[in-house]
Design a binder for this molecule. Structure first.
Ligand code: PLP
Length: 379
């Protein structure tokens, strides 16, 4: 069976050039980058180059990059670290109802410690209203965290406007850019953010590696305590090979961003058109004007999304119903619920997420497979 992978928001295939770049750091350059001898310094050089590449990718400078074990740790470091350094019980954090669980559950943890969290609502397209954000800010707010692009529906938030509001009130601003990276251009200065989370495996880098951008001048949030690694901002011997791969993934993504994503966007549009044309009772959950080029989320009336995804898997088509981190629950998607979808729509959904690996032929196979399958399940 020829398998079709349309779950790139869960993770992506490691790019062969990323693997090539990593291999010497698993075989020969195995030194500890903190060691002063040749072995250590070779590893350090690889890491320094990767740090430059990650920084270039987001318009930052190298000393503003803190390597982490991925997007989850970067989000935790931003939220818990800033709460620790700038907050006290009763301090407030403002975020949105549609963040990834890495942010939401960090906020819930902070609520237990006495912090007060405001979860901004979104409209039917999944966007926050910057005016509501402005109204929600008072003297107790220490951090605003608004994701750049949503992992389930691909909606892009008005982060530049939101960051400007926070800045005008002297409040730090974090954005989770894990799903945006490699799919839309990123520039931390243009966005005006103080902290930004990245994860390598969402754009053809290795799993278990990411970074937190911390704007120079922001007192470092620290989550993991220990040695003097990462300029004392994140302790622990660095995952050198993965960091080197992350750097290469950033370089490749930066080079291919425009062209690859316009092709991916056309495939995504064809997928939506084909399905909506051939299957009745489909609602596309999207923001037409502000969305990632690779993500499509659709609700199929009267069908259980999990069942549909499992049946597609039997046909060799890999999709998901939403976040991979929640695939063990049958709860309706909280993102779709926040967008005003009914329970049926929020459980009867599929998320298709594409990459440059997908072809027009694959999309046509999916469009051809769905009508009969959906009809059968409805029957
Ligand atoms: N933030 C968003 C928006 C995500 O989609 C994900 C992963 O799905 C994460 C954070 C967590 O990243 P990681 O898998 O690297 O921990």
């Amino acid at each position: 069976m020829k398998r079709i992978y349309l779950d790139n928001n869960a993770t992506t295939r490691l790019h062969p050039e990323v693997l090539e770049e990593m291999l010497p750091y698993l075989r020969e350059h195995y030194g500890n980058p903190s060691s002063i001898h040749w072995f250590g310094q070779e590893a350090r050089r690889g890491m320094d180059r990767a740090r430059e590449r990650v920084a270039d990718f987001i318009g930052a400078s190298a000393d503003e990059i803190v390597f982490t074990s991925g997007g989850t740790e970067a989000d935790n470091e931003a939220l818990l670290g800033i709460a620790d350094s700038a907050g006290k019980p009763g301090s407030r954090i403002v975020t949105t109802a549609v963040e990834h669980q890495a942010v939401l559950n960090s906020c819930r943890y902070l609520e237990k410690k006495g912090f007060v969290v405001t979860y901004l609502p979104v409209d039917s397209r999944g966007r926050i209203d910057p005016g509501v954000l402005a109204d929600s800010i008072d003297d107790d707010v220490i951090l605003v965290s608004v994701m750049l692009a949503n992992n389930e529906v691909g909606t892009i938030q008005p982060v530049r406007e939101a960051a400007a509001i926070a800045r005008s009130k002297g409040i730090l601003f974090h954005t989770d850019a894990v799903q945006a990276a490699g799919r839309i251009p990123l520039d931390v200065r243009e966005l005006g953010v103080d902290l930004l989370s990245l994860s390598a495996h969402k754009f053809h880098g290795p799993k278990g590696c990411g970074a937190l951008f911390v704007r120079s001048g922001v007192a470092g949030p620290v989550l993991i305590h220990g040695g003097h690694h990462e300029r004392r901002r994140r302790a622990g011997t660095e995952n050198v090979a993965a960091i080197v791969g992350f750097g290469q993934a950033c370089r490749l993504a930066g080079m291919r961003l425009g062209e690859a994503n316009s092709v991916i966007g056309s495939l995504r549009d064809r997928l939506e058109e084909g399905i909506v044309e051939r299957v009745a009772g489909v609602k596309v959950n999207r923001c037409v004007e502000h969305r990632l080029p690779n993500t499509s989320n659709m609700s199929f009336e009267g069908v259980d999304g999990q069942l549909l995804a499992m049946n597609l898997d039997l046909m060799g088509i890999a999709v998901s119903t939403g976040s991979a981190c929640q695939s063990d629950t049958r709860e309706p998607s909280y993102v779709l619920s926040a967008m005003g979808c009914s329970t049926g729509q929020a459980t009867g959904c599929l998320r298709f997420s594409l990459s440059a690996d997908n072809t027009a032929e694959e999309i046509e196979s999916v469009v051809a497979a769905l009508p009969e399958l959906v009809e059968g399940l409805r029957g």
